[in-house]
Ligand binder design. Sequence first.
Ligand SMILES: NC(=O)c1ccc[n+]([C@@H]2O[C@H](COP(=O)([O-])OP(=O)(O)OC[C@H]3O[C@@H](n4cnc5c(N)ncnc54)[C@H](OP(=O)(O)O)[C@@H]3O)[C@@H](O)[C@H]2O)c1
Length: 320
Amino acid sequence: MIILKFFIVVLILIKIYYVAKKRWCTSKVCLNGKTVLVTGANTGIGYETALEFAKRGARVILACRDLKKAAEAKDKIISLTENKNVVVKELNLASLKSVKKIALDIIENEERLDILVNNAGVGAINNKMTEDGLQIQMQINYFAPVLLTIYLVDLLRRTGNSRIINVSSCLAYFANVTADTINKYGESPVKTYSNSKLGNIIFTRKLASLLKGSTVSVYSLHPGEIQTDIFRHFKGWHKFVLFIVKTSYFKTPEEGAQTTLYTALEQGLEKYSGHFFIECQKRPFYKTATDDSLNEEVWQATVKLLDCEKEVEKLFPKIS
Ligand SMILES: NC(=O)c1ccc[n+]([C@@H]2O[C@H](COP(=O)([O-])OP(=O)(O)OC[C@H]3O[C@@H](n4cnc5c(N)ncnc54)[C@H](OP(=O)(O)O)[C@@H]3O)[C@@H](O)[C@H]2O)c1
């Protein structure tokens, strides 16, 4: 009986902790005349982020792999916001061809790009290599967003006062990547997920240093623990436990979008370009992301694996 009571008290305390730590993006910034692109915007955190951007008057590009789901999300956003300037573009991050295709489309057809949100991601999927010779989870969560950003940096720079947001995860705390392992399966699906999310933070730091002196800033973040389908590939008891924890403690997707919105909209954040945020606050980097020489090796290996040395050299001539 005492053990049961103790257990219930612990559960209540955890619930209080989760409720107390929630923070909201309070920015009143209007996005009339601005263009934003959100990857994985048909559901979860990405959908809520796109919805808020549309409410604020932006032209919103939903970059999604499933065009049917994306069209449904678009219709919902338009009917909720009465902002008809919402468009769908196809993006499958598991294919670098698809990344290039959407980037060329944006460069050719969009006059500006004010906010790029690299939000799409997969949690804990089985190991395999893509047609591009990259580990699938590392490609979807890390390599492809890096390439998409590299393709779009010039447009972001020409637009000016623009921002790039990389949605990472607290699981980056448990990661370890090196130049040799960045394209490898990391012992388990969850470890591979952690490694990809550490990649997001390392990339954000590197990109901020490359963009120093420009008016483009870049941020990474952990959105919190959110009731979405990110771990839809879990099976058996993992799935059951996750369901219980998720429904009892996790935040709603709308709450989960707040740190993304904060880093995209809050005025005066430029001095923190490259930094990592949780609950709408700048936080110290996880130890796993602080080894500068290791990070540089990972970056060089990434550029090589993506075969984009020339693009990077052209974009950042002094540094690379
Ligand atoms: N939920 C959490 O607790 C949590 C915690 C930390 C970090 N995050 C991060 O938050 C971000 C958003 O995740 P979420 O929780 O909102 O999950 P979600 O509801 O599962 O949404 C993920 C989105 O990514 C898209 N996506 C997956 N694979 C893709 C591919 N190959 N190409 C293009 N798009 C693809 C999905 O499209 P489909 O609908 O077609 O599958 C979906 O739109 C992810 O980067 C995730 O790592 C989430």
